[in-house]
Design a binder for this molecule. Structure first.
Ligand SMILES: *Cc1c(COP(=O)(O)O)cnc(C)c1O
Length: 466
């Protein structure tokens, strides 16, 4: 019996009756007051949530409301803070600007204030819209990003929403009504054409939004052609997703759940490494029965689940939370992959944690898990020049320093080269760090500046030097 047949025979998890959380029902900013549990909160708190939801994206589904959020622990519950807007997510002055505009009630003014505030929140961090977008002849390929030689990111147009939105999302600007802020690919053809032209690309990372909001047949249009011999250089297909948290029913009960599993299995059987790059911020996301059933079913297809998340104040700023999350993941057969530093965008001032503290939490959490849980690298900053990891804090000839290294670099030659920054208790991002040991600039600075000015083309690094 093949495992496809086994899969068809295995009965679905028995889930009690058709409870509301198993029908996909979603609420956006305008429908906040339609959520029963929100209506029970004090008026002032509801107003504050609407103020923030006028600036930052908000979307939540019934499953998250009913099964993940602990409504006896508001506002401290980490799952509540993961999806529901909080007053502190805007600066006091921006909050006041929006609150005043709302009290006056002029729709046009509200839109203008929202747009102004968003512009101040660094909507496109790390050169995503300029430096990373490749070209075919002279045409910009809007749905593709290619920053690191081995890996191409693809943003399918059908996958540019999520089942719910995280309040800290670094791609928040993609979800605001203004379509010019959004990436999207019109055609799978662009993607396939680009991959054919780049034999040094080994990994495709489908991302969004969340590609798993797509119907299986759409996903298949992008992925099945990769089984042709001309795509043999594409060894790994990664799919970035929060669906295992926000809508695990995708793999268990959705009408095309079994088709999706068969698609993943087909790719894996044909020799591709298929990985769900799952986003988990807290062990609580791994606890529901349907979440565990989804994990079990995905793993049965031969798909590897790797996990990643940023360290966030108010949500998971605690070594015990990370240790328990990593231990649970290992137990369930998931592979911890990255701990990220909260990015320099959106509600960063609410979520950011000093780099020193991020490193302490990483270290304390690592110390609490076995080697199998120590596969997560970090804390890592996805900054303009590359992914920079804080390896530790040390002292060299009496000077206290951060020891850093590139996990990924715009120039592959930067990878794994240690470098040093002056110790700084407050710094939360790479651009706040200064070179240590009397150096005037970091070793990569001149080259990175030249890339930003267009003096060196990204294409230069996207082929192996032979
Ligand atoms: C992290 C990342 C990748 C993947 O890097 P790996 O080290 O292979 O996981 C690719 N592209 C971008 C833009 C990234 O941020």
């Amino acid at each position: 019996m093949t495992s496809v047949q086994q899969m068809q025979r295995k009965p679905f998890l028995k889930i009690p009756a058709e409870s509301g959380s198993f029908r996909f029902r979603v609420y956006t900013g305008r429908q906040l007051d339609k959520i029963e549990q929100i209506r029970a909160l004090p008026q002032e708190q509801q107003f504050a949530m609407r103020v923030v939801a006028n600036v930052l994206p908000f979307r939540v589904n019934q499953y998250v409301i009913d099964e993940l959020v602990d409504w006896n622990n508001i506002p401290d519950d980490p799952m509540f803070r993961l999806v529901f807007p909080q007053a502190g997510m805007l600066t006091e002055s921006d909050f006041a600007l929006m609150a005043d505009a709302m009290r006056r009630g002029d729709k046009q003014e509200i839109r203008k204030v929202a747009a102004d505030i968003r512009q101040r929140l660094n909507p496109h961090p790390a050169g995503q819209r300029g430096l990373n977008v490749p070209h075919l002849k002279d045409e910009a390929l809007e749905g593709i990003q290619h920053k690191y030689r081995e890996t191409v990111l693809f943003f399918p147009s059908h996958g540019q929403v999520c089942h719910s939105y995280c309040t800290f999302c670094f791609r928040w600007a993609q979800f605001i009504g203004d379509k010019t802020l959004r990436f999207s690919a019109k055609e799978a053809e662009h993607l396939h054409h680009y991959l054919l032209q780049h034999p040094d690309v080994s990994d495709l990372l489908i991302t969004g939004g969340d590609p798993m909001v797509m119907k299986t047949n759409h996903l298949a249009d992008y992925l099945e052609p990769l089984l042709r011999a001309e795509f043999d250089h594409i060894q790994s297909i990664r799919i970035g997703t929060k669906s295992l948290t926000f809508w695990p029913q995708r793999y268990v009960r959705d009408a095309d759940a079994d088709d999706l599993l068969r698609l993943l299995e087909k790719l894996a059987r044909a020799g591709k490494h298929v990985a769900l790059m799952a986003h988990y911020n807290h062990w609580r996301e791994l606890e529901t029965r349907v979440a565990r059933e989804a994990i079990r079913r995905v793993r049965e297809t031969g798909t590897v689940i790797r996990t990643q998340a940023p360290l966030l104040n108010h949500i998971n700023n605690d070594a015990g939370i990370w240790a328990r999350m990593w231990r649970t993941q290992v137990k369930l057969g998931l592979t911890p992959y990255y701990m990220f530093v909260e990015r320099d965008t959106g509600a960063r001032q609410y979520f950011e944690v000093p780099l020193v503290r991020a490193w302490e939490i990483y270290r304390e959490a690592m110390q609490q898990v076995s080697g199998l849980g120590r596969t997560a690298r970090g804390p890592s900053m996805s900054a303009g020049p590359g992914k920079v990891e804080i390896q530790g804090i040390s002292e060299i000839h009496g000077e206290k320093v951060f020891v850093l290294r590139f996990i990924q670099g715009r120039n592959p030659a930067w990878v794994q080269r240690p470098f040093f920054a002056r110790y700084d208790e407050q710094a939360t991002w790479l651009d706040q760090l200064q070179p240590a040991l009397g150096e005037e600039k970091f070793f990569f600075q001149d080259e990175y500046d030249a890339m930003c000015k267009g003096e060196i083309s990204p294409r230069h690094y996207q082929q192996k030097q032979r």
